[in-house]
Write a protein that binds this ligand. Structure first.
Ligand SMILES: NC(=O)c1ccc[n+]([C@@H]2O[C@H](COP(=O)([O-])OP(=O)(O)OC[C@H]3O[C@@H](n4cnc5c(N)ncnc54)[C@H](O)[C@@H]3O)[C@@H](O)[C@H]2O)c1
Length: 465
C-alpha cells in the first residue's frame, strides 16, 4: 500500500495507548482476516490526504467491532476506542477534536452535540438504524453519515430456517416440556420440511438469501413482492399475497416497515392461509396484527408461529415483555408452538463483523477519496481513484448549499486548471461536488482552497492530494 503524502502511521506504542487489544472472540473463516484482505486497496491507488487538517483522528464508541477498528487503524489514523457510549458533556468534549466518529445505537448525535464537532467530517453508525443521529443537521454541516443496512441478512435467513424446522417439529414445546420434567414423545402433526412450500413475502436481501437456503433443504419456494424480481433457483414469483397465502405451508415475512405494510397480516390474511400452516415474522413488529394471530392460532388455522419483532420493544434487556409493553402479552405467551425471540434475527458475531467491515470501509473511502457511496444523508458521488502515476493531481470536494449559480462560481475557480473529471449531485438543500484536477502544486492548492472557502454557498471544502 503506497501513501501519497503524509498520513503517517502512528508508532506502535501510541497505537496501543489509543486502542485496546483485541478481545478473544469467535470468527468464522469468512469473517475477520478475509474482511481485512478485502479492503486492501489496489496497489497503484494513491491515498489522498485532506488539506488543512491534522492527521485523521477517529473516536470509536460503544465497543465497535474489531474488524472495523482494524481497518481504521491499518489506515494509520489515530484511533481512540471506548467500550461504552459517553454522557453528553463528555461526548461534546471529545467530539470537538475528532474528524471521524463511530457509534452504535446508544450514542445520540443531536444538533447540540454536532454543533460542537468543528473538525468532524464523517459519522459511521456501526449498526442498521440511524435514528440516533440528526441526519439533516449533519448534512447541513457537510458531515456525511454511513451505516450498514444489509450486513445481517444472512443471519436473519438462517434464523428463519431454524424456526421452520422448530415449528414443523414442535421442537420448542418439546424442549420446554422436558425442562419441566415431562416426557412427551409425539409424532402427530410433526412434519419434515422437505417437499413443503415456503411463501416468502418481500424478496429483498433477506428473502432472497432464505430462498436459496430453503430450496437446498428440499422446500419449494414461492414469493410475493411489489417489485418484479428475478427468481433464484427454481423459486417462483406469484402475483398476489392471496395466491401466496393459499399455497404456502410456511409463510415468512421480510418487508420493510412502511405505511402499506402496517397490519399487512390481519384476520383476512390468516383466513386466506392454508389450514395448519405456519407464520414467521422477523421483519418489523407492526407488520402482523398480533390479536388476529392469537385468534388464528387458537382456532388451529395457524399451527405455529415465530415472532422476532413486536410493535413495542423495550429499550434494554430485562423483565419487560409483559402486558404493560403490549396489551396482549399474556395471551400471546400462553400459546403453544409459538417461538418468541427478542429481535435477535441479525444478532450474530458474523453480522457485527460484517457491519464493522462495511462501515469502516465506507469511512475510509470517504476520508481518503471523498466518495459518498452508501451515505444516508448526502447525495451519492464517487470518482475513480487517483493513482500513484498521477503525482500532481488533487481532488477537490466542495460541499455546498444547493442554490442557483454555485457551479458557475466553482468552475470559474477551477477553470484555470485542467479538470480531468468532475461529478456533482444534490440531495435536498445540500449538494456535493467532486473534481480531479491535474498539474497543481501546493501553492495553487492553497489558493484553490481559500477561493472555494470564500464562496457564500460553501458548507465544507476538502482538497485531497
Ligand atoms: N429481525 C431482525 O433482527 C432484522 C434484521 C434485519 C432486517 N430486519 C427487517 O427485515 C425486513 C426486510 O429486510 P431486507 O434487508 O430484506 O429488506 P430489503 O429492502 O432488501 O427487502 C424488502 C423487500 O420487500 C419488498 N416490499 C416492500 N413493500 C412490500 C409490500 N407491500 N409487499 C410485498 N413486498 C414488499 C421490497 O420490494 C423488497 O424487495 C425489514 O423490515 C428489516 O427492517 C429485521
Amino acid at each position: 500500500m503506497t501513501s501519497a503524502k503524509d498520513i503517517r502511521p502512528r508508532g506502535d506504542d501510541q497505537a496501543q495507548f489509543l486502542s485496546t487489544s483485541p478481545s478473544t472472540s469467535f470468527h468464522s473463516p469468512s469473517s475477520h482476516q478475509s474482511a481485512l484482505n478485502r479492503v486492501n486497496i489496489p496497489v497503484n491507488v494513491k491515498h489522498l490526504k485532506p488539506f488543512a487538517t491534522e492527521d485523521i483522528k477517529v473516536l470509536l464508541l460503544e465497543n465497535v467491532n474489531q474488524a472495523g477498528r482494524d481497518i481504521l487503524k491499518k489506515q494509520g489514523y489515530q484511533v481512540e476506542f471506548l467500550k461504552s457510549s459517553l454522557p453528553e458533556d463528555q461526548l461534546i468534549e471529545k467530539i470537538r477534536d475528532v474528524h471521524v466518529i463511530g457509534i452504535r445505537s446508544k450514542t445520540k448525535l443531536s444538533a447540540r452535540v454536532l454543533k460542537e464537532a468543528k473538525n468532524l467530517i464523517v459519522i459511521g453508525c456501526f449498526c442498521i438504524g440511524t435514528n440516533q443521529v440528526d441526519l439533516q443537521y449533519a448534512a447541513d454541516q457537510g458531515i456525511a453519515v454511513f451505516n450498514s443496512p444489509f450486513s445481517n441478512s444472512r443471519s436473519v435467513a438462517e434464523l428463519v430456517i431454524a424456526e421452520i424446522i422448530c415449528l414443523a417439529r414442535q421442537l420448542c414445546d418439546r424442549s420446554s416440556e422436558m425442562h419441566n420434567g415431562t416426557w412427551n414423545k409425539v409424532s402427530n402433526k410433526c412434519w419434515e420440511i422437505r417437499g413443503k412450500t415456503l411463501g416468502i413475502v418481500g424478496y429483498g436481501h433477506i428473502g432472497a438469501q432464505l430462498s436459496v437456503l430453503a430450496e437446498s433443504m428440499g422446500m419449494s419456494v414461492i414469493y410475493y413482492d411489489v417489485l418484479n424480481l428475478m427468481a433464484l433457483g427454481t423459486a417462483r414469483q406469484v402475483e398476489t399475497l392471496e395466491q401466496l397465502l393459499g399455497q404456502a405451508d410456511f409463510v415468512t415475512c421480510h418487508v420493510p416497515e412502511l405505511p402499506e405494510t402496517k397490519g399487512m397480516f390481519g384476520q383476512q390474511q390468516f383466513e386466506q392461509m392454508k389450514q395448519g400452516s405456519y407464520l414467521i415474522n422477523a421483519s418489523r413488529g407492526t407488520v402482523v396484527d398480533i390479536p388476529a394471530l392469537i385468534e388464528a392460532m387458537r382456532s388451529g388455522k395457524v399451527a405455529g408461529a415465530a415472532l422476532d419483532v413486536y410493535p413495542n420493544e423495550p429499550a434494554g434487556n430485562g423483565d419487560y415483555f409483559n402486558n404493560e409493553l403490549n396489551s396482549w402479552g399474556a395471551d400471546l405467551r400462553a400459546l403453544k408452538n409459538l417461538i418468541l425471540t427478542p429481535h435477535i434475527g441479525g444478532s450474530t458475531e458474523e453480522a457485527q463483523s460484517a457491519i464493522g467491515l462495511e462501515v469502516a470501509t465506507a469511512l475510509t473511502r470517504y476520508v481518503n477519496e471523498g466518495s459518498t457511496q452508501g451515505a444516508v444523508n448526502m447525495p451519492e458521488v464517487s470518482l475513480r481513484s487517483l493513482t500513484i502515476d498521477e503525482p500532481n493531481h488533487a481532488r477537490v470536494v466542495f460541499i455546498h448549499k444547493n442554490i442557483p449559480g454555485v457551479l458557475r462560481r466553482v468552475n470559474e475557480i477551477l477553470g484555470d486548471h485542467n479538470v480531468d473529471k468532475q461529478m456533482t449531485d444534490s440531495r435536498g438543500d445540500v449538494a456535493y461536488l467532486m473534481a480531479d484536477i491535474s498539474d497543481v502544486n501546493t501553492t495553487q492548492i492553497k489558493e484553490l482552497y481559500s477561493s472555494l472557502e470564500s464562496l457564500s454557498s460553501r458548507i465544507m471544502t476538502r482538497i485531497l492530494y
